[in-house]
Write a protein that binds this ligand. Structure first.
Ligand code: HEM
Length: 482
């Protein structure tokens, strides 16, 4: 599918191959000229940073380039990534693109830093504890089972669209305890609209200020309108749930078990003395939007790519079917089956290696800092890409091959921690990881138990690396009864 562009004819004279010593700094080798020059010369497309990152791999452990006045470093080595995410995490904040998501997500877990992030994480963490989320297994299986009953043999479907729809339904139920109602559709449509504009917006310098100053540009006006509508729908749902909870509290009943009810009820014991133990309505809104957007598209993409890979790899598919026959027979999966669905989980792990839904992450250094053999300047942006590192020959021989056996416990123990990091790591590791594994495993098991999905002949495959890694033209399959 995507391929690194060939080096410019006549050798790449625009690259500095050696470590670059500049004053106290030791920068990795990299591109000599400012990045826009390469866009201008059509070496890379601005819309597909994976091509750039693939090209930069030729510099080895890390690569340096400049975008206008900013220093940017791409790290490819798991030990350097570990330093940024764990050992020296206190010297980094979220990089600018993620921070700019504040215009959509406010001060939610993804966008906030420092004390605000710590407090919100403390409050939200118990909600996502493995034990608390187990109750969602039945909902997940019921929704997947309803979908598998709707499919018809030999009638082509776009499995990427189906997985989005399914994951949206599961999010509606587990986050808000509702069907995909008009309100949920509104949240989905408006956030998609906002995202479309947002993708264009974040490339504008000072996008936040342009929005704040109410500059009368049509796209900005549309963004503000969608955002207002989003806020009012989400605020309405939170207020309704708060009222319901107050009523059931007065009747001495337990609060609901959906994520929203749990977040409303969550308390930060460390802040009781300060008189602000829970999340305010505005904070709840930001977290709800964050969970809504972080939670469903990622899982849907993980599942979509898995169907593609299973369609391309009949041996792995046969082994998966064999496990489902042995463990489940004809009955639907339950939470108790998860420890026995080992191969199903390995299939998903290998799929997220090749097509990680979160395909890159970034941070910004708050001071001059040593990472591996390098000394990076204050303000330097540091990126690392799951898509790139997880396709490294060093840790995954024949990296393009789909081989779930790479995820046996023994094989995993042989690799450094950050050779594989689809859920990030350190203090900001994905809070929904257990939820995502549970959801993806149960959905895959429920659907593959009934159907084999054969890839349609006229498939057009292209990566679309937006905030998540999507298949640009969907994935078209023809269901066949097993
Ligand atoms: C396959 C599915 C998923 C993948 C691949 C994924 C990936 C990630 C990654 C890589 C991060 C770290 C970002 C960074 O440090 O810059 C992250 C953070 C986060 N994820 Fe997920 N995620 C998934 C599912 C979910 C689900 C189901 C939820 C919630 C229901 C969720 C909620 C979050 C939140 C709130 C954060 C921010 C955590 C923090 O900074 O404290 N994610 N996710």
């Amino acid at each position: 599918m995507t391929q690194a562009p060939p080096p410019p004819a006549g050798g790449d004279t625009s690259a500095s191959p050696e470590l670059q010593i500049k004053g106290s700094l030791r920068l990795p080798p990299g591109l000599k000229l400012n990045l826009p020059f390469y866009f201008f010369r059509h070496f890379f497309q601005p819309g597909n940073p994976i091509l750039l990152f693939e090209y930069l791999q030729k510099f080895g452990r890390a690569a340096h380039y400049r975008l206008l006045w900013n220093h940017i470093v791409l790290l490819n080595d798991p030990s350097d990534i570990r330093e940024v995410l764990i050992d020296k995490a206190q010297f980094f904040i979220k990089e600018r693109t993620q921070k700019r998501m504040k215009i959509l997500l406010g001060e939610g877990l993804i966008t906030s830093d420092g004390e605000i992030h710590k407090r919100h994480r403390r409050i939200a963490a118990p909600t996502f504890h493995r034990q608390r989320i187990q109750g969602y297994a039945e909902t997940i299986v019921a929704q997947a089972a309803a979908m598998r009953d709707r499919w018809q043999p030999d009638v082509e479907i776009d499995i990427a669209a189906e997985m989005m729809h399914l994951a949206l339904g599961i999010t509606a139920r587990t986050l808000f305890n509702t069907e995909v109602t008009a309100e949920i559709e509104a949240i989905n449509d408006e956030s998609n609209a906002v995202m479309e504009i947002y993708n264009a917006l974040i490339s504008l310098p000072r996008a936040e200020a342009l929005l704040r100053w109410r500059v009368p540009i049509p796209a900005l006006r549309r963004f503000r309108k969608s955002k207002r509508r989003l806020d009012s729908v989400v605020d309405g749902m939170i207020a309704a749930r708060q009222r319901e909870m107050a009523d059931s509290d007065a009747r001495g009943e337990e609060p609901g078990t959906d994520l929203l009810s749990m977040l409303i009820a969550a308390r930060d014991e460390e802040a009781v003395a300060e008189g602000r133990p829970g999340l305010t309505s505005a904070e709840l809104r930001d977290e709800v939007m964050t969970l809504f957007l972080a939670g469903y598209e990622t899982v849907a993409n993980a599942l979509s790519w898995t169907w593609l890979l299973l369609g391309q790899n009949p041996e792995a598919e046969a082994r998966l079917h064999q496990e489902l026959n042995q463990v489940l027979g004809d009955r639907l999966p339950t939470i108790e089956d998860l420890p026995n669905l080992k191969y199903t989980e390995m299939v998903l792990a290998e799929s997220m290696r090749l097509y990680p839904p979160a395909w890159a992450m970034g941070r910004q250094a708050t001071q001059e800092i040593d990472i591996g053999p390098y000394r990076l300047p204050k303000g330097c942006f540091v990126f690392f890409s799951q898509y790139i590192v997880q396709r490294s020959e060093k840790y995954f021989p024949s990296p393009r091959h789909f081989h779930p056996e790479r995820f046996t416990p023994e094989a995993k123990a042989d690799r450094p921690r950050f050779a594989y990091f689809p859920f990030g790591g350190g203090g900001r590791q994905c809070i929904g990881e257990s939820f995502a594994w549970m959801e993806a495993t149960l959905v895959l098991a429920t659907l593959a138990q009934r159907w084999q999905l054969n890839l349609s002949q006229n498939q057009r495959l292209e990566l679309q690396p937006k905030i998540t890694l999507r298949p640009k033209f969907g994935i078209h399959v023809i269901p066949e009864y097993r």
